[in-house]
Design a protein around this ligand. Structure first.
Ligand code: KG4
Ligand code: ZN
Length: 356
């Protein structure tokens, strides 16, 4: 099975061709990602209107490049999958309309993929991972712990009651004047820093359950910046603050994942795999902290290669393959969905501005 995947839900325009080879290394035939970093950098964050226009400008040529790189024609594909949400609606419309147009002209199945399911299933593209598994999904818009029971079957154990983790990285980077996107810059800057210098809070640590909260940590970083004097911070101060922030985040993740692992094992006693996905999963320091937990708790930890943690179309094509194999396709009447929770039955978490 060979699928064209299209991703355009945030600030990356991407197209990929993926097949369902049994050999992991042979699955990705092409994978093109065009980052809009330059367009958004002057604004210090993603501007939805700018993003939608940039997707529109590049998507056709990107799809053709993905087809050419893979050396396939539209005739040979078995379907077209595109992110149908959640995300910035202008961009999602661009990807969905392109996919519908190709599917309609070529008379191929069309699959609208939940972007979060794309992240959730990436580990099954880049490694062999069986259901059920525990998933830590940490991206720019989401921070959740879920049990992945099967295609389209998710049980949410916890979510953030305020900021997503990637958002916290981005906001802290912005406050320190490090630019956008913040996550990778904070990670690099932290390498030269002392993670024990600043005593930052560990929100939710020690509490029951699996919810997250990062706004208090973000406020504590802002207070430190004010104490040091916005314009007087040395590069060592900034490195130490980045490292201390990352240390606090690592402590919180370990604590939350430990609770989630217990809940997972109480439902699935043989459950033994933790998968990390989403842009923040590209962070090596977080990977090292979760490896500590893995060694203590004795489970399998799967972190996909960094380029497949951040937004890409290979994960959308792969989720399309999994959906198509389960017999799921969408009609050309599908409407893009700005919100699309993986577990629609999850009770609302108590707190302001909850991300579902
Ligand atoms: O999954 P993703 O590419 O897009 C969304 O679906 O949101 O995640 C983007 C987020 C951004 O907040 C970015 O700063 C963060 O992932 N990120 C990182 C790293 N690379 C990307 N955060 C921490 N460390 C990184 N190395
Ligand atoms: Zn994403």
């Amino acid at each position: 099975m060979l699928i064209l995947g299209i991703e355009s839900s945030c600030d990356e325009t991407a197209a990929a061709l993926v097949c369902d080879s049994r050999i992991v290394e042979n699955r990705i035939l092409s994978n093109i990602v065009l980052s809009q970093e330059k367009e958004h950098r002057p604004f210090g964050g993603v501007v939805p209107e700018v993003a939608a226009r940039a997707h529109l400008k590049h998507i056709d040529s990107l799809i053709m490049k993905a087809m050419n790189d893979a050396g396939v024609t539209f005739n040979e594909i078995d379907g077209v999958a595109a992110t149908g949400g959640p995300g910035l609606i202008g961009g999602v419309i661009v990807g969905i309309m392109s996919a519908k147009a190709i599917a309609s002209v070529q008379k191929k199945p069309f699959i609208a993929v939940n972007h979060l399911e794309g992240h959730a299933l990436t580990a099954r593209l880049t490694s062999n991972v069986d259901f059920p598994y525990l998933l830590l999904l940490v991206s720019g818009g989401h921070c959740q712990l879920l049990i992945v029971e099967g295609i389209g079957k998710y049980k949410r154990l916890g979510t953030t009651v305020d900021d997503a983790l990637g958002e916290a990285f981005d906001k802290c980077a912005k406050m320190m004047g490090l630019g956008y996107p913040g996550g990778p810059i904070v990670e690099t800057t932290a390498k030269a820093g002392n993670g024990t210098r600043f005593d930052l809070p560990r929100p939710m640590r020690g509490r029951k359950g699996c919810h997250f909260s990062f706004s208090g940590l973000k406020t504590a970083v802002r207070r430190q910046i004010e104490k040091l004097g916005n314009d007087n911070m040395s590069s060592q101060d900034i490195a130490d603050l980045c490292a201390s922030f990352q240390q606090a985040v690592g402590d919180v993740l370990i604590d939350r994942c430990k609770n989630a692992l217990n809940q997972f094992r109480s439902i699935y006693p043989a459950g033994n795999t933790l998968v990390v996905a989403g842009g923040v999963a590209a962070n090596k320091s977080i990977g090292e902290r979760l490896t500590e937990l893995k060694n203590d708790e004795n489970f399998r930890l799967v972190v996909p290669p960094a380029e497949f943690c951040t937004d890409n179309a290979a994960m959308i094509a792969w989720a399309g393959i999994e959906q198509l194999k389960s017999g799921n396709t969408n009609s050309l009447n599908f409407k893009p969905r700005p919100r699309w929770p993986l577990d629609p039955n999850a009770p609302a978490a108590i707190g302001a501005g909850v991300k579902a």
